[in-house]
Design a protein around this ligand. Structure first.
Ligand code: TYD
Ligand code: MG
Length: 457
């Protein structure tokens, strides 16, 4: 007899026959909730016995070289999409509440509508009047976007089928309610069923469907991971509250490069694209201070400069703090350990704070050397030269590894007025872009070169 698997993990979607505090499948705590299984009854029976239809097989050659795309005409958005919106694709846009997802999508809807697409915007969170008010604030009332406030998925699909738009925006997937699934809106099975219906609808009818997804406090899109697997493209809209910068990041894209980012600024009149993010992220930089380092990074296909700030202070507690904003905490622990073991720079009894200025989040290992420099600079209370950029990966042995796109990083630094760079090694045939370079093979050598010789022990 089939077991009644009515307890579902909201993180990974695994189903269990009884409740427990921790999910056995993914290890997450407090994520298991009781739900009616998605397909109770006949569908859970084995497929054996009855024959299905034979599939029509094709070969790999195709007449169409590229999927048809439409550009929004906003470079920051088109780049993240991989060169424009693809017909018959499903996208998920995740982000914290209040970060600006609805604003972004209403502006995008207006752009696509202006470029000739038929666009329908369905809001399940706000009334039509509220969306219209936002449109007025954004100066979009003249745009031919069509609007509905609805949460019933059956009604929405019927409307889309009749209207045949090119693009449908569903804000948000957590508010959708599929009446064939017997659980509350926002529950795992509802989110999963609604996303599945919308994705298959997109493919079958050749419509691009964009779904907005809320993010849990752990940072994942609420509802099971399976939703991310279902769609073609997953974008995250992120930023720090209190900062006006917003970053649209492609974490998955079947039609373009992942890890590509678009930079926007939230203004009183909606989101404005930022054409030169390096200048923006460095514009807040004050006088050269200990702990401040300019990192020449690569985000997606584009070079971008940003500032790492470190603060090191005697800790009042037995367990010193390690606090990171905008970078990986585990990676910070690794850099601290390498500095201690290979260079004799200890952080015992010291609180360490690390921050990326401007609310940017960096995930590149190429930032290791910039972080190490910021940490040592803060600890020694010695500022680095103000016109210098730093990048390079650090291995556990303390050796420095070269990173990708060295030349592009140097060119961007040169463009923004920097005159020197510290890096592992300039690859053969790469040009220094007019910067004076200090190449270093290992971290201990770097620390000695920049901050003077260390006492042994
Ligand atoms: P919203 O798009 O509603 O966020 P989400 O859909 O992700 O929950 O954006 C909400 C915030 O954006 C709100 O705090 C106000 C701010 N905002 C502006 O600063 N300027 C604007 O033009 C608009 C429309 C919103
Ligand atoms: Mg919203």
């Amino acid at each position: 007899m089939a077991k009644d698997l009515s307890y579902v993990c909201s993180e990974c979607g695994a189903a269990f026959s009884k409740w427990s505090g921790r999910c056995d499948a993914c290890g997450a705590w407090n994520t298991i909730t009781e739900e009616k299984p998605l397909s109770a009854g006949p569908a859970s029976k084995s497929l054996g016995g009855k024959r299905g239809q034979a599939l029509t097989l094709t070969d790999l050659a195709t007449e169409e070289p590229d999927p048809p795309r439409t550009e929004a005409g906003v470079a920051e958005l088109d780049r993240v999409l991989g060169g424009g919106l693809v017909k018959a694709s499903a996208l998920l846009v995740g982000g914290d509440p209040g970060i600006g997802k609805s604003t972004l999508l209403l502006q995008a809807a207006a752009r696509f509508a202006r470029n000739g697409l038929k666009v329908i915007y369905v809001s399940g969170e706000e009334s039509a009047a509220q969306v219209q008010m936002r449109a007025r604030r954004l100066g979009l009332t003249e745009s031919p976007v069509q609007l509905a406030a609805e949460t019933n998925l059956r009604n929405i699909l019927t409307t889309l089928e009749a209207e045949k738009p090119d693009l449908a925006i569903i804000d948000s997937i957590q508010t959708m309610w599929a009446d064939n699934v017997d659980s509350a809106p926002g529950s795992v099975s509802q989110v999963r069923a609604s996303a599945h219906e919308l994705t298959t609808f997109a493919k079958r009818h050749g419509i691009a469907v964009v779904m907005v997804g809320h993010v849990t406090k752990e940072g994942a899109i609420a509802g099971p991971r399976v939703v991310e697997h279902m769609v073609d493209t997953v974008l995250y809209f992120e930023g720090e509250r209190g900062h006006q910068f917003r970053i649209l990041r492609a974490v998955k894209n079947r039609f373009g490069p992942a890890d590509e980012i678009g930079v926007f600024e939230m203004t009183g009149k909606g989101l404005a694209e930022v054409k030169n993010p390096s200048a923006l992220f460095l514009s807040e930089r004050g006088k050269p201070a200990p702990g401040s380092v300019v990192f020449a990074g690569i985000e997606g296909t584009r070079p971008m400069l940003c500032e790492f700030q470190a603060l090191v202070a005697p800790s009042p507690t037995a367990q010193p703090r390690r606090s990171v904003v905008g970078w990986d905490g585990g990676r910070l622990a690794m850099i601290l350990a390498v500095l201690e073991a290979r260079c004799g720079v200890t952080f015992t009894g010291l609180d360490v704070y690390l921050n990326v200025a401007g609310g940017l989040r960096i995930s590149e290992p190429g930032a290791d050397l910039a972080v190490a420099a910021a940490l040592v600079s803060a600890r020694e209370d010695a500022a680095l030269p103000p016109d210098c950029v730093i990048f390079g990966e650090i291995s556990l042995s303390g050796a420095l590894r070269p990173v990708v796109q060295t030349e592009n990083r140097l060119k961007e630094a040169q463009k923004l007025g920097f005159t020197s760079a510290i890096l592992p090694e300039l690859p053969k045939r790469a040009s220094a872009a007019g910067l004076s370079l200090r190449e270093t093979a290992d971290l201990a050598g770097f620390v000695e070169q920049v901050f003077g010789p260390r006492q042994a022990g």
